[in-house]
Design a protein around this ligand. Structure first.
Ligand SMILES: N[C@@H](CCC(=O)N[C@@H](CS)C(=O)NCC(=O)O)C(=O)O
Length: 203
């Protein structure tokens, strides 16, 4: 029997769900250990012994090796599959969007969603700089997707999976994707590709 991949994750976190989406796509058995971020379960001595950075997702492979950072994990799980372009330039474009996701998208949409949905802050209590940053990220995506179905090479890649993880929860960050229709259509497309029930509110 294959030793399952152990995933330490918070099921409300898009970063953690990226790992599940990729593992499920390739039938990789996983054992999910729920770590509640809001209740600081990433700060326990037991968890810090696994990942001293105190962040989920963190995965432990059957041979004991440990890997953190959502995009590093999905790159490892999907190595050599159709989710990673073989063409070197297309692969670099995929990385471009994955790095952008971590620096310019997740840091806005995921953070605003976290304060709104999980910490239950009112709009007035949330850093006002976050909303324009979210809007800029969605505008960049919308412009790219106006003439494309996927981020790279007209097929699903890890760039789409990394970016859809929080974009599909934009409404929970206070953003209505009706303003970015190409993004909305792409979210539905990628959710369908991944066999997910849509997280989007009805149009
Ligand atoms: N860049 C990291 C971000 C990881 C991250 O910030 N995880 C959050 C949950 S989405 C977390 O563990 N927060 C707890 C903490 O930082 O204390 C990734 O993509 O995995």
């Amino acid at each position: 029997m294959t030793t399952p991949l152990t995933v330490y994750g918070d099921s409300g976190s898009g970063n953690c769900l990226k790992v599940k989406f990729v593992a499920d796509r390739f039938g990789i058995p996983l054992k999910w250990i729920e770590i509640d971020v809001v209740n600081a379960q990433t700060r326990t001595p037991e968890f810090l012994a696994i990942n001293p950075a105190g962040q989920v997702p963190t995965v432990v492979f059957g041979d004991g090796r440990i890997l953190a950072q959502s995009n590093a994990i999905i790159l490892h799980l999907a190595a050599g599959t159709d989710l990673v372009p073989t063409d070197a330039f297309d692969r670099a474009l995929m990385f471009q969007w994955m790095f952008w996701e971590q620096y310019s998208h997740e840091t806005a949409i995921a953070v605003r969603r976290y304060y709104k949905k999980f910490v239950k802050k009112s709009d007035d209590e949330i850093d006002p700089a976050l909303m324009p940053k979210c809007e800029r990220a969605l505008a960049v995506m919308n412009g790219h997707l106006d003439s494309r179905h996927y981020f790279v090479g007209e097929r699903l890649t890890l760039a789409d999976i990394a970016l859809v993880a929080y974009t599909r929860f934009s409404h929970e960050a206070g953003l209505d994707l009706a303003r970015w229709p190409s993004v909305r259509a792409w979210v539905l497309r990628v959710e369908q590709d991944l066999g997910l029930t849509s997280a989007l509110p009805a149009a």
